[in-house]
Ligand binder design. Structure first.
Ligand code: KIV
Ligand code: ZN
Length: 512
């Protein structure tokens, strides 16, 4: 069986998803989970894009041992310098440089001729090669590129030393049949294309990213670029979990192996959706809430007598916890610790002590604590950023015949500030009170609430997206809060988003 290499770009293309803004700590946590799930290459970011991106790529490169770490860069010397600077300390660094090759991009974006693009591609691969043996070249918009020119570019960058050549369907335009043929013709016609890894990178504008990627590997590609949950520019990239479970479930057809530990797929998807603030739709293949739910009586009956009647893969195969009712108020620290280990967490003594405290507080409010509750608690801690502002207390008055009022007390660096406000409902009132207390100019763009588990005492998880009104480019910050009380979860989420703004922009955004 051939081995497929998985190149994960959740931290680069995935972070280009509108509204996603991961902090350094979250990027590192995601990278560690990507290493654990077994991806071959982690594209950690676009080092030259900003000092924050550079720092994130560098930290990931210094901490990841089992996956290669790549940085994206344009085919420009200063970009390549910065990319190498960021990945140089990785155990296995890769420079990933790209240049568009389609007529439309060359004419309107680059304003370059074919000869100029060819020359630049060759020179920049050679330039990157001075730093690093592992150099990937992407012919951006390859699927809309004149085929003879694409072949020429591939042939020449291989001669220049590229170890991987990537064929992106940048705008999600191709179809499985067409893309498969293109990949096959590259393998057949481009000299030395069997000496390199041939990669594909498909966008999902027509909903075909996974199908196109799979068609490519049947026809000779051996690396797929993808993201967790299919995050990415516009409609996103090919979803890693769909590709891998396709290969697993249809081994008989595809005949590929891979290095992914499928039992880590669900956990990886959850972490990415928590940190990105983007939850997959319920009917999303593999990781959506309904992916293993059987609604119709006929289906339920079939599954009860023989699972394979309607289940082509098991929830256990992606590590979907059975959501056991595990612990309660009387459970001791040992039982809690054992459960953490069974769930795959590897926490330090201090982290376990903090998590156990949170668990005890939750157990006071919620009778039965399930695996999902524990995961939510641990991941809330993991994504925590410095709490510049702490919520001390809140009191909210609301009713169908009342104007909602909220009194909020926050602590900002030892200073206690109390403010009240009215609003259109209890959440609006409490957010208004927080804004007043902090003198901050922000706007709530999106609010979502979901129950982590079922039951009346379920943990509620609130996500907010908050717009900083002081900047022109509409910067969005996400915030997350969990509690058995949805109003408390909402207040925590709003303050969490403000803390993220402060950690990036400093306390000057407050007017207190
Ligand atoms: O979609 C694309 O073409 C890309 C490249 C930079 C690989 O993301
Ligand atoms: Zn892309």
């Amino acid at each position: 069986m051939s081995i497929l290499k998985i190149f994960d770009t959740t931290l680069r293309d995935g972070e280009q998803t509108p509204g996603v803004n991961l902090n350094l700590h979250e990027k590192l946590e995601i990278a560690k989970q990507l290493e654990k799930v077994g991806v071959d290459i982690i594209e950690a970011g676009f080092a030259i894009a900003s000092p924050g991106d550079f720092e994130a790529v560098k930290i990931v490169a210094e901490n990841i041992k089992d996956s290669k770490v790549a940085s994206l860069c344009r085919a420009v010397e200063k970009d390549i310098d910065r990319a190498y600077e960021a990945v140089r300390n990785a155990v296995s660094p890769r420079i990933h440089t790209f240049l568009a090759t389609s007529d439309i991009h060359m004419k309107y974006k680059l304003r370059m001729t074919e000869d100029e693009v060819l020359e630049r591609s060759i020179n920049m691969v050679k330039y990157a090669k001075k730093y690093c043996n592992d150099v990937e070249f992407s012919a951006e918009d390859a699927s809309r590129t004149r085929v003879e020119f694409l072949f020429k570019v591939i042939e020449e960058v291989i001669k220049a030393g590229a170890t991987v050549v990537n064929i992106p369907d940048t705008v999600g335009y191709t179809t499985p049949e067409e893309f498969g043929k293109l990949i096959r013709s590259i393998k057949e016609k481009v000299p030395n294309s069997d000496k390199i890894d041939l990669s594909v990178h498909c966008h999902n504008d027509l909903g075909l990213a996974v199908a196109n990627s799979l068609a490519a590997i049947i026809n000779g590609a051996n690396q797929i670029e993808c993201t967790i949950n299919g995050l990415g520019e516009r409609a996103g990239n090919a979803a890693m979990e769909e590709i891998i479970m396709g290969l697993e479930t249809r081994k008989d057809y595809y005949g590929f192996t891979h290095n992914i530990d499928t039992k880590q797929i669900y956990r990886t998807s959850e972490i990415v959706s928590r940190y990105s603030g983007i939850r997959s739709q319920p009917n999303k293949a593999i990781v959506g809430d309904n992916a293993f739910a059987h609604e119709s009586g006929i289906h339920q009956h079939g599954v009860l007598s023989e699972k394979t009647t309607y289940e082509i893969m098991t929830p256990e195969s992606i590590g979907l916890a059975k959501n056991r009712m595990v612990l309660g108020k009387l459970s001791g620290k040992h039982a809690f610790e054992d459960r953490l280990v069974e769930l795959g967490y590897n926490l330090s003594k201090d982290e376990i002590a903090l998590a156990f405290d949170e668990f005890k507080k939750l157990a006071d409010k919620k009778k039965n604590i399930t695996d999902k509750d524990i995961e939510a608690l641990i991941e809330e801690r993991a994504s925590e950023i410095e709490e510049y502002i702490e919520m001390e207390s809140f009191q909210i008055n609301s009713g169908n015949k009342l104007i909602s009022t909220a009194v909020i007390r926050v602590i900002v660096k030892d200073r206690v500030i109390t403010e009240s406000a009215t609003g259109d409902g209890p959440i609006d009132a409490s957010f208004n009170a927080i804004e007043r207390a902090l003198g901050i100019n922000i706007k709530l763009e999106e609010y979502t609430l979901r129950a982590v588990t079922g039951g009346k005492d379920a943990l509620g998880e609130v996500f907010v997206r908050v717009l900083d009104r002081n900047v022109e480019n509409d910067k969005i910050y996400i915030g997350r809060g969990i509690s058995t009380d949805v109003l408390e979860a909402s207040v925590k989420a709003y303050i969490n988003a403000i803390n993220r703004m402060i950690s990036e922009k400093g306390e000057d955004i407050l007017n207190i």
